[in-house]
Design a protein around this ligand. Structure first.
Ligand code: ADP
Length: 744
């Protein structure tokens, strides 16, 4: 029997529980024993009760909890060989020679040191007679899978670390709240966020929260007298009507000379030079706390499951590797290589090689910093001499998606900054037909970053008949040089209709770029559309509450979620909430499925189960509706449980956009504006849809789009997220230890 140990170590991070749950359940599903090592390395050294075999239900109901249920600690003794010798003894005693270590770079470094010393440690233990020679041979290698648990997102080898997305949620919510009070009193605020060597949280929360200035360790202000530059920008901002000034500072912020910049120092500067009433808010441990976001739950689940499967493969025996994410792909990389790269950033900052530090952070970090530097300007740059000013139109189309406003804001500001005229089209394609065009300027989109819905207005209109003539006339009248459509399926269809008619209407011979914004995540050429993350979090929060409401009774919930013919929201919300069954339109529902589900519910509740949770996509089957399923389960339950439905409805389309949706909206809008400007200047302007594929921004030509679309089911022919299906099946199956399955 293979025995796997799992521990959480160093600073805690939201999502660690989901990772522990995935490790335990995947291990058990593959027939391994999994031991929780409580309190990090301290527990490994202490042994005894701190190393406990885990059952399927031991990790039930923990997905939504922040922190780590198996405890974390910092342990000085593990830094010494003697400590590691004792730890090795305890592992061998339990027969554990494979570890999943969930922690920051310190914890992962420690794990790797123990792995390197392993043979020597075992030889010494055998020599001392503490373990048998047979065991020294049997467990001759230690294999380590590392998952990075760190809210700072400071580790190379993964795009995101466990906890970083949730920390961004906390910070962005705080900045949103501070913005409204600051604006009321026209105050200045300095907000300090975590990140000793890493400006990720500071930079991304500044973009997402629409703050006015940021100070990060990797790229200190590039002038010595940065205080004057900062104050100039903030003063000009006030002059053009900004009612607040918010400076975000990473705790490790430094100037060009490497001197620490404190939040208090920034406060003094603002008070002295601008005469502004300035307050400091240090967010501190709030950033580590609370329930993990959907992204953190799902990433932790996916990487935790993968880590175990990799640990069980012979090719990985004796190795140390890091399991992370690149875009939506799970990656496995040599552990030490990732740690060395991580340390290289800190070393570059210490040596004041800021260019190197930024290079090591990667291109999207640098790009985000560049976007921010334009967005925070009080006023646009002067246009470059000799440049032809363009007239670029921006519109929303399809159902509202959180993040649409952020996309419009970024597009307008970046377009204006490059010297072009930005025209907003109100009310989607209807407005395009009716000529509802309005020019936007720098300040007309002020404050749009955190607003849900669509300020321009949006609907599902797809033009036909004489509409095309009217649109062509409006394009000519307003001399439109390029069009950005930010929207969903019907917006894509409508734009394709214009594109098809370029020969008939010369006015359509302009570059058109489509940006995916729909909660359904059903668009071709992109893996994640803007709005889907917000909807997923809204569903997850609602289901968390529904689960709580049912703890006192024996109840089954059938929760219906949106998505049209795409099961993305259903599957991902099932994964994030621990639903035991999910019905997807891609798979359909058959009578025998329902029969099997009824039997599973009966068996579970007979064994003492208290809550059943089933998630159903709204279009999973036209006949077996949510009401039908609920009635069937109730009738067949024979009094073992009762059944309730929850149709979540439009709460899924609303809400303030999550940080991820704001950032994605901003990044894609930036690329779209550049694309339009580039294409408008070419003799044969191209049109395309933008999207993130893997971890790269890609443009898919309009000519290729129809080929990628399943027109009948209104979804892409290829859907990457179906790969996650097997993990959801493992997580939700009844435990092999035959304990009653508690949901979660
Ligand atoms: P994090 O894992 O969040 O970076 P720390 O750096 O505090 O947090 O590391 C957590 C624990 O990992 C330490 O308390 C120690 O037990 C262990 N550890 C860290 N660095 C080393 C090292 N170089 N050698 C051995 N153990 C280490």
């Amino acid at each position: 029997m293979i025995k796997i140990g799992v521990l959480t170590s160093g600073g805690d991070a939201q999502g660690m529980n989901a990772a522990v749950r995935a490790v335990v359940r995947t291990g058990l599903a593959h027939g391994a024993d999994v031991f929780a090592i409580h309190e990090g390395y301290q527990g490994m050294i202490d042994g005894g009760k701190r190393i406990q075999r885990m059952s399927w239900s031991d990790v039930g109901g923990i997905l939504h909890q922040g922190g780590t249920i198996i405890g974390s600690a910092r342990c000085m003794a593990f830094r010494e060989r003697a400590g590691r010798l004792q730890a090795a003894y305890n592992l061998v005693l339990h027969g554990i020679d494979r570890l999943v270590v969930i922690g920051g770079d310190g914890s992962l470094t420690g794990a790797n040191i123990m792995r390197q010393e392993w043979a020597g440690l075992l030889a010494e233990l055998a020599e001392q007679g503490r373990i048998s020679a047979e065991n020294a041979t049997k467990y001759e290698q230690l294999t380590i899978a590392g998952l990075v648990g760190s809210i700072d997102n400071d580790t190379a080898g993964t795009d995101m670390t466990i906890g970083a997305d949730t920390a961004l949620h906390r910070i962005t919510a705080a900045i949103d709240a501070i913005t409204s009070t600051a604006a009321s009193h026209q105050r200045a605020f300095v907000v300090e966020v975590m990140g000793r060597h890493c400006g990720y949280l500071a930079l991304m929360s500044t973009i997402a929260g629409g703050a006015d200035w940021v100070l990060i360790p990797e790229s200190p202000p590039d002038v010595d007298d940065w205080e004057t530059t900062m104050c100039d920008v903030l003063r000009k901002g006030r002059e053009i009507g900004r009612r607040d000034s918010i400076v975000v500072i990473a705790e490790g912020a430094i100037d060009r000379q490497g001197n620490h910049i404190s939040a208090d120092y920034v406060k003094q500067v603002l008070e002295k030079r601008l005469g502004e009433d300035t307050r400091v808010t240090i967010l501190g441990h709030v950033q580590r706390g609370g329930s993990p976001s959907a992204f953190d739950r799902n990433m932790s689940t996916m990487t935790g499951a993968y880590a175990v499967e990799a640990l069980l493969e012979d090719v990985n025996y004796g190795k140390a590797f890091l399991v992370g994410m690149s875009g939506n792909q799970i990656t496995q990389k040599p552990l030490m290589e990732c740690i060395e790269r991580t340390h290289a950033v800190a070393a570059a900052i210490a040596a004041r090689n800021f260019e190197t530090a930024m290079d090591l952070r990667g291109s999207s970090f640098r790009e985000s910093f560049g976007i921010l530097r334009t967005l925070v300007r009080a006023l646009p740059h002067d246009p470059p001499p000799g440049q032809k000013p363009l007239r670029l139109a921006v519109m929303n189309a399809g159902a509202p998606a959180p993040g649409m406003n952020m996309a419009v804001r970024t597009a307008v500001r970046l377009g204006v900054d490059k010297g072009h005229t930005m025209i907003g089209i109100n009310h989607g394609f209807r407005g395009l037909v009716e000529g509802d065009f309005h020019e936007h300027g720098w300040m007309s989109v002020n404050g749009w970053m955190n607003m849900g819905g669509s300020n321009l207005g949006t609907n599902r209109t797809v033009p036909d008949g004489s509409d095309f003539y009217a649109i062509a006339r409006n394009f000519e009248e307003h001399a439109i040089d390029g069009l950005l459509v930010i929207g969903g399926w019907s917006g894509y269809l409508a734009a394709l209709e214009l594109y098809k008619r370029r020969d008939v209407f010369p006015a359509f011979n302009i570059p058109i770029v489509l940006m995916p914004a729909t909660i359904d995540n059903d668009l071709p050429g992109c893996e994640l559309s803007v709005g889907a993350d917000t909807a997923l979090n809204s569903i997850m929060e609602a289901v968390d509450k529904i689960k709580q409401s049912a703890v006192a009774s024996r109840r089954v919930f059938v929760v219906e979620v949106m998505g049209q013919y795409c099961g993305y929201l259903a599957l991902m919300s099932a994964l994030a909430t621990g639903a035991e069954r999910v019905y997807l339109p891609e798979e359909g529902v058959t009578l025998s499925d329902l029969e099997k589900d009824v039997r599973a519910l009966q068996t579970g509740f007979r064994k003492g189960k208290r809550l059943g949770l089933i998630i159903r996509n709204e279009s999973a089957n036209v006949v077996y509706t949510t009401q039908f399923m609920a009635a069937l389960f109730q009738e067949e339950g024979g009094g073992l449980y009762d059944v309730r439905t929850a149709i979540l409805g439009h709460l899924q389309q609303g809400g303030d956009p999550t940080p991820f949706d704001r950032l994605q909206a901003s990044r894609l809008a930036y690329r779209c504006i550049n694309y339009l400007i580039e294409q408008a200047g070419s003799d044969e302007p191209q049109s395309a849809a933008v999207g993130i594929v893997g971890s790269k921004v890609r443009f898919t030509s309009m000519d290729d789009l129809p080929r990628l679309m399943d027109a009948l089911h209104r979804r892409p022919k290829e859907q990457w997220w179906l790969r996650v299906r097997p993990i959801a099946l493992i997580m939700s199956q009844p435990g092999p230890d035959a304990t009653p399955v508690s949901v979660g």
